[in-house]
Design a protein. Structure first.
Length: 284
């Protein structure tokens, strides 16, 4: 176990504590180009996979003993590690569970992210959220995209801020595993992913194509039928109203997830998971 540093932060009303706490607000995040990562899972993945962007790591002594791998990785990467009292960490964030990091924002351009992930050996898989406002849903889709092996996620239009603490927590560290592009109009996203060779598939209950049928013919799809084995960008709509007609019209095909039972519909994160895994399976 690495040596636990001495406590250096004991005053929950100190200026540094207030500055860290302020990053829970969007204006402070935008001003400083930094955001909070709360809890051991998110911080663990940040120090492992994005250490160059981690500005500071904060732990309580009990948390440092419970999670020696976080402390060890942070110290090995030369990061600034601060030990604070439980009162200090609680003042910084009530959701920190004794472990917190301040991380610099990374805003990749869409074209740059697509170029970085493109490979002649395999198709691309992209998840696009169109005006998704709920932080938990956005985070869950990023996590699902990571699990399904997607190359990147795009939060298009008026979607929630990806650095909102609730989004960051909901990704469970997946935010640091794949690029996430934000602030691009959906029409520009569609243009960009098409230029990268992706078919644009809109997920919607009114779709003309059944997802199961597409899986049955993946790799040998007839003309006019989307091929799930090829590069694809899935577009998922808002939680409440789905994809409006003008957004569906941007897609090459509209695909429905079959409902076998009596459920009225699937929620956004579940539908996204099913679609992304279907493409991931077909592509592999």
């Amino acid at each position: 176990m690495p040596r636990i540093p001495d406590v250096t932060l004991a005053n929950p009303r100190a200026g540094r504590v207030k500055q860290v706490r302020a990053l829970s607000g969007r204006s402070a995040r935008a001003k400083h180009g930094q955001f909070l990562v709360e809890g051991p899972q998110g911080v663990r993945e940040a120090v492992r996979h994005a250490s160059a962007r981690v500005r500071d790591v904060y732990l309580t002594a009990p948390a440092a003993r419970r999670h020696p791998e976080i402390l060890d990785t942070a110290l090995a990467a030369g990061l600034y590690v601060h030990l604070g009292t439980p009162e200090v960490l609680d003042a910084m964030s009530p959701d920190a569970q004794g472990v917190l990091a301040v991380v610099r924002t990374d805003e990749p351009e869409l074209g740059e992210a697509l170029d970085r992930r493109r490979s002649p050996d395999r198709p691309l898989l992209v998840a696009v959220l169109a005006s998704v406002r709920d932080p938990g849903n956005a985070g869950a889709v990023i996590r699902a995209a990571d699990a399904a092996g997607a190359d990147l996620v795009v939060l298009a239009g008026e979607s929630v801020d990806v650095h909102n603490p609730k989004v960051v927590r909901s990704t469970a560290g997946s935010l640091f595993h794949l690029p996430v592009v934000t602030g691009v109009p959906l029409s520009d996203v569609v243009e960009g992913v098409r230029a990268a060779g992706c078919a644009v598939l809109a997920a919607d209950g009114t779709g003309d194509h059944d997802l199961d049928d597409l899986l049955d013919v993946a790799g040998a799809s007839p003309e006019g039928v989307p091929d799930l084995a090829a590069s694809a960008a899935w577009v998922f709509g808002n939680e409440a109203w789905g994809l409006p007609s003008e957004d569906r019209a941007l897609a090459d095909a509209v695909v429905r997830v079959p409902i076998r039972g009596r459920a009225e519909s699937l929620n956004l994160a579940t539908a996204a998971t099913v679609c992304l895994y279907a493409s991931g399976r077909a592509q592999r």
